[in-house]
Design a protein around this ligand. Structure first.
Ligand code: 5AD
Ligand code: SF4
Length: 487
């Protein structure tokens, strides 16, 4: 008992001490899992359910890595696992609804299987009101932890598994830091793919777009050092990874606040030098910080993929100003066309919100105008969702649902018309493709990704997965291709 309390409560002063503490916690959990496994004569399993963006997907790989080192075995069926963790998203209200739906259906199962452990983490658990709702209405939840506490999972599991001897049975273990400057490196990770991987280059966001909850739930922007990033990518390359996706809410401001003087473009040049990495992607670029230096580096690179995700949000300068985006309609168009000019074949994709407070038909006309002028290769279109605590939530002139629906459909139709045309541009060409999966509908086909992020399906088998091959793009089907392997 004292051992547990010591390890749980000890204060660590450096990231290295913390890493050591986490390793000891993993050892303790492993022992407890083994005891249960021996007692019940079976494997003890886990499942991590991920909602939301690539950041969450990467965090889930970290959670899975820790759980596997603790001796849990992966179980595909969420409801059959002994431990299930929900990694939540709160960027829009429908993400919240979806999660609470899942949690609701778990109540009955947990009654039948009281030994099941239920954890909730991610962006939603950073929100006080959502956290209170979980604690009040879903008391069967064993563990709630925040976006800054992912590295701490093993210690939190020691607390959950030893509640009888430490904090008392039945209570929900809760650990949500409001902020942190801690980045604990070298924690275990279980990758979803052998040949590609996300790599966090920074955490948090400082932009405070008026509609967005991310800066409140992911905290202030913090960059990892380039040595740590390149070290991780080199290890990934040695492990067979060919494609990395550099992740940050605003990669173009990478480096701010670090002791070393480095820009995102310079980081890309360092990544480019890592042997074994053939493809480099990144996400997401804020238009206000995208430099000419970056365009030059991309244009000169053989490894950086011909795709940039450049969220527009709105084409109306008036709305952009209210959104706190720091660019005008004209500046955005100019930037996108400069990128197209310097990097032919590049795919530019975007995010667009309709229904932002005060939005009029004239604002939608502006958005449609930008879609036409930039000719987006793809766009995620969202209906504005009011997020409590953000400036936009208390703005007057919230747009009624029926008006939003009409405008949303207009924007979506235009995006689909333009992006279908864009995709057809490369029909008949031969391009390199990273093969990712067996096709789900037709197992005689494999699915691969072009540098410009489009998918292509072509005859092939398991042996091609993870390889880069040349494929002729025979037929454009709107937003994907049917092709054949040439080499
Ligand atoms: N409502 C609708 N969409 C939003 N996004 C962020 N916040 C909101 C919101 N409150 C969208 C933006 C962002 C993407 C990740 O989610 O378009 O780029
Ligand atoms: Fe949200 Fe804006 Fe930050 Fe993107 S840049 S995460 S939209 S606040």
């Amino acid at each position: 008992m004292t051992d547990y309390c010591d390890i749980i409560d000890i204060k660590t002063n450096t990231d290295e001490e913390e890493l050591e503490r986490q390793r000891r916690c993993i050892g303790i959990v492993k022992g407890l899992v083994k005891e249960r496994s021996d007692r019940e004569g079976r494997d003890i399993t886990y499942h991590v359910t991920t909602f939301g963006c690539q950041m969450n997907a990467r965090d889930s790989e970290k959670l899975s890595g820790i759980l596997e080192q603790c001796g849990f075995l992966y179980e595909d069926d969420e409801l059959a696992a002994d431990l299930v963790i929900y990694n939540t998203c709160t960027v829009r209200d429908n993400a919240n609804q979806k999660f609470f739906g899942h949690l609701g259906s778990l109540g009955a199962i947990k009654k039948r299987r009281p030994d099941m452990i239920v954890g909730v983490c991610g962006c939603l658990s950073q929100e006080k009101s959502a956290r209170e709702k979980i604690l009040a209405s879903y008391p069967f939840v064993d563990l709630v932890f925040g976006t800054h506490n992912v590295f701490d999972l093993a210690r939190l599991l020691v607390m959950v598994l030893t509640r009888e001897v430490t904090k008392g049975k039945g209570s929900t273990v809760t650990q949500v830091w409001e902020a942190t400057d801690r980045i604990v490196e070298d924690m275990p990770v279980k990758r979803n793919y052998t040949f590609k991987s996300g790599v966090n280059i920074m955490f948090g966001c400082n932009n405070f777009c008026s509609y967005c909850i991310v800066p409140y739930v992911r905290g202030r922007e913090r960059s990892r050092t380039s040595d740590d990033i390149i070290g991780e990518i080199s290890r990934l390359a040695a492990d067979g990874v060919k494609e990395v996706m550099l992740l940050g809410q605003n990669v173009n401001s990478y480096g701010r606040g670090l002791d070393e003087k480095i820009t995102f473009a310079q980081l890309l040049q360092k990544v480019e030098k890592v042997d074994g990495i053939d493809r480099i992607r990144f996400m997401t670029s804020h238009p206000k910080d995208l430099s000419d230096e970056l365009i030059d580096v991309m244009a000169a690179s053989k490894k950086i993929c011909r795709h940039i995700h450049l969220p527009l949000q709105s084409g109306s300068t008036r709305i952009l100003e209210s959104m706190n985006r720091h660019y005008t309609k004209e500046q955005y168009i100019d930037l996108a066309l400069r990128i197209r000019d310097r990097i032919p074949d590049i795919a530019i994709t975007t995010d667009i919100i309709t229904g932002y407070p005060g939005e009029t038909d004239a604002d939608i006309d502006d958005t449609i105008d930008v879609i036409e002028k930039v000719a987006f290769d793809g766009a995620f279109t969202f209906i504005y969702s009011k997020r409590a605590g953000t400036p936009a939530a208390s703005m007057p002139d919230q747009v009624s649902a029926d008006v939003v629906k009409v405008n949303f459909d207009r924007v979506l139709a235009k995006v689909q018309e333009i992006s279908t045309k864009q995709a057809a541009r490369i029909e008949g060409r031969v391009m390199d493709v990273l093969v990712e999966d067996i096709n789900r509908q037709d197992p005689s086909l494999v699915t691969g990704r072009l540098s410009n992020n489009l998918n292509v399906h072509f005859p092939g088998d398991q042996s091609l997965i993870g390889k880069i091959v040349d494929v002729k793009l025979n037929e454009c089907k709107g937003f994907y291709y049917i092709g054949e392997r040439i080499r």
